[in-house]
Design a protein around this ligand. Structure first.
Ligand SMILES: Nc1ncnc2c1ncn2[C@@H]1O[C@H](COP(=O)(O)OP(=O)(O)O)[C@@H](O)[C@H]1O
Ligand SMILES: [Mg+2]
Length: 372
């Protein structure tokens, strides 16, 4: 988008000289308060709204140079509440665009069934009507319908805003997975900054009047908001939230304090100097914490162990998850587990603090290299 302005006939400037380079095969999020021009921007991309000034290029070509129907066919569009056709079955809703493109009924329905599966919908729902589905299910149908003709671009306008937080999380995870699998170029509009940070490869923060406040990867928004508007919009806990972009893989894990419930007296004695021991079951899954002097070989009372909080998976989870685990743990130590839930070590708050400082230093060095 090259210096795009939209002035509506009544004089409202919805978008003001907006320039954005939207990356291919990634999710770009437009976020900002209500009325800041997000929907207008999205609709200019598929020419449902025409800019007053400036130009929009797709793969280097002005979008006005191709027929509007061809343009729209290359862009799936998903809106809040899915906008499904109420008198059509779920399968036929998803098959809408292929049918418009002249596919046979059979081929279009086969494609629709495949897409239902892709977005995590039970095939048994195919014959139902939209009103017979939950909000979250309808939203999945909306995504499947937008994907039906396999367009390279998906435009999504607050698609998940009307569903409850738990369903929304599922839909967000599904969208990330689909994007990874299919490599679509997605422009996603939301007013929810947490959703923007979770989904966006890059995030454009817009302010009222349709002006761009900042366009950056989420970790950069959190570490270096461009101004007080962006900072206020990001809200509290910016530092903590930024930790979700730092991997926990480099944390120094200690295995000494981890003992199985069937440890013999000799083994327990060798750990007696630790402040706390993490007791695991015979398979190595954590059971809880104990002070060493309270453990007697052969008769460990599981009910007297202290809860171990929420374990994290090094390499998969972030430093935020590790810190959360340490804060939730009554001992101040976080428990690290592998993908199957076996304890692989424990890590102190102090070690996590050191890892956070090191990660900040590395990020600052990278920023300096990029700036210089
Ligand atoms: N068709 C229209 N005519 C006049 N003003 C409009 C029209 N559509 C939107 N607007 C105004 O343009 C501004 C941006 O609207 P919109 O793009 O819908 O914002 P958002 O999606 O961020 O809430 C708002 O002030 C809105 O009232
Ligand atoms: Mg809107």
């Amino acid at each position: 988008m090259d210096s795009v302005t939209k002035r509506y006939p009544d004089g409202t400037v919805a978008v003001d000289r907006l320039s954005l380079e939207i990356p291919d095969r990634a999710i770009t999020v437009l976020v900002g308060p209500s009325g800041c021009g997000k929907t207008t921007t999205l609709r200019m991309i598929n020419r449902m709204v025409e800019p007053s000034e400036g130009s929009i290029l797709l793969d280097g070509q002005d979008i006005r140079r191709q027929p509007v129907n061809t343009l729209r066919r290359s862009m799936g569009y998903v809106i809040q509440n899915a906008g499904l056709f109420q008198h059509r079955t779920i399968l036929d809703n998803v098959a809408t665009v292929p049918r418009l493109l002249g596919w046979s009924k059979q081929k279009a329905r086969a494609r629709a069934a495949e897409l239902m599966e892709r977005v995590g919908l039970d095939p048994a729902l195919a014959k139902r009507y939209p009103y017979q589905l939950s909000g979250g299910q309808q939203q999945r149908v909306g995504v499947a319908r937008a994907l039906a003709a396999d367009p390279p671009v998906l435009l999504m306008d607050e698609p998940f805003s009307a569903v409850d937080p738990i369903v929304r999380k599922g839909l967000q995870d599904e969208l990330l997975r689909i994007q990874q699998e299919l490599g679509k170029t997605i422009v996603f509009v939301t007013h929810d900054i947490d959703e923007a940070i979770k989904l966006g490869t890059k995030v454009a923060v817009l302010r009222t009047g349709g002006r761009l406040a900042q366009f950056a990867p989420p970790a950069e928004l959190l570490s270096a908001p461009a101004d007080s508007f962006v900072e206020d919009f990001l809200g509290a806990d910016r530092g903590i939230r930024r930790l979700s972009f730092f991997p926990s893989a480099g944390l120094r894990l200690e295995t000494g304090p981890v003992v199985p419930i069937d440890a013999d007296a000799e083994r327990l004695a060798s750990r007696a100097t630790a402040d706390w021991l993490l007791v695991t079951d015979a398979d190595g899954r954590p059971l809880g914490w104990s002070e060493p002097e309270r453990l007697t070989a052969g008769s460990v009372d599981r009910d007297r162990l202290l809860p171990y909080g929420r374990p994290f998976v090094p390499g998969t989870d972030s430093l935020r998850a590790a810190l959360d685990g340490a804060v939730l743990s009554p001992t101040g130590w976080a428990v690290a587990v592998d993908g199957e839930g076996h304890a692989v070590g424990v890590v102190s708050q102090q070690a996590i603090g050191e890892a956070i400082r090191a990660a900040h230093d590395r990020a600052a060095e990278r920023a300096e290299v990029n700036a210089g």
